[in-house]
Design a protein around this ligand. Structure first.
Ligand code: MF3
Ligand code: CO
Length: 249
């Protein structure tokens, strides 16, 4: 499909329900993240939390064969980090990226957390990356173009001296996890598709301290920064409204 999907009131009701579960799941991850826990333990807790809700399942599991509930990307890992035996330690940063599938509708969101006390640089990376997402949320409403969002995210990130990981983009979602349109984190104001009310997009700045550029790890999932610099990822599922936006998760 190369036009934005418009969701019905009853679909939006289901998506809100999925988003509420997802938001609570990510909040739980924030409470569990601490020195000593493994990324696999986080994954297990997320899966258990989601499945406890009638009809809700982990949205990433089985997606192109993905084997887990969460993506847990630590430090120089940008996205799609596979949960495993890695033990989080003081000073790490970890993104917990998760989706909930409910009533055949998909949601997708991510937060990056510091593990115990983190460096000043890491702290600033988290602040700027989440601010870039907040700046996008503040300007989105029906009628904005994708390029307006891209330029907003890019302005905040580059204005602070950090880099956009340009190969990784946000996306439409709802009927599937990824659908039209792509929402890049860099671009020109006034370009790209116009967003109508009642469509759903995921905006997800993926930001690094060093230079742009990625490389895939041997597990064929985890994507790292090419230069090994720290990377952070924040993502909301957003419902476009006539006069603003609703954060679904
Ligand atoms: N939030 C991730 C993205 O938009 C979802 C990854 S699903 C996975 O790319 F199956 F690839 F992990
Ligand atoms: Co996404």
């Amino acid at each position: 499909m190369s036009s934005c999907q418009i969701f019905t009131p009853s679909e939006i009701k289901s998506i809100r329900h999925a988003g509420k579960i997802l938001g609570e799941c990510l909040e739980l991850m924030g409470k569990l993240v601490a020195p000593g826990i493994t990324t696999k333990e986080l994954d297990r807790a997320a899966e258990e939390f989601i499945r406890k809700h009638d009809g809700a399942t982990p949205a990433f599991m089985g997606y192109h064969g993905y084997p887990a509930t969460l993506c847990t990307s630590v430090n120089e890992q940008c996205v799609h980090g596979l949960p495993g035996d890695y033990v989080l330690k003081e000073g790490d940063i970890v993104s917990t990226d998760c989706g909930v599938l409910y009533d055949n509708l998909f949601t997708d969101a991510c937060r990056t957390y510091g593990v115990g006390k983190i460096s000043k640089d890491a702290e600033r990376l988290l602040t700027v990356s989440s601010q870039a997402l907040a700046d996008a949320v503040a300007m989105i409403k029906a009628g904005v173009k994708v390029g307006d969002i891209s330029a907003t995210v890019q302005g905040t990130v580059e204005g602070a001296g950090f880099s956009i990981v340009s190969a990784l983009t946000g996306h439409g979602l709802g009927k599937t996890l990824h659908q039209f349109p792509d929402v890049p984190n860099y671009g020109e104001k006034g370009t790209g598709p116009k967003l109508p009310a009642n469509t759903i997009i995921a905006v997800e700045p993926i930001v690094c301290i060093g230079g742009d550029g990625i490389k895939e790890a041997d597990d064929n999932w985890t994507i790292n920064t090419k230069d090994g610099s720290l990377s952070a990822h924040f993502e909301h599922t957003l419902l476009i409204l006539e006069d603003g936006v609703e954060v679904i998760a």
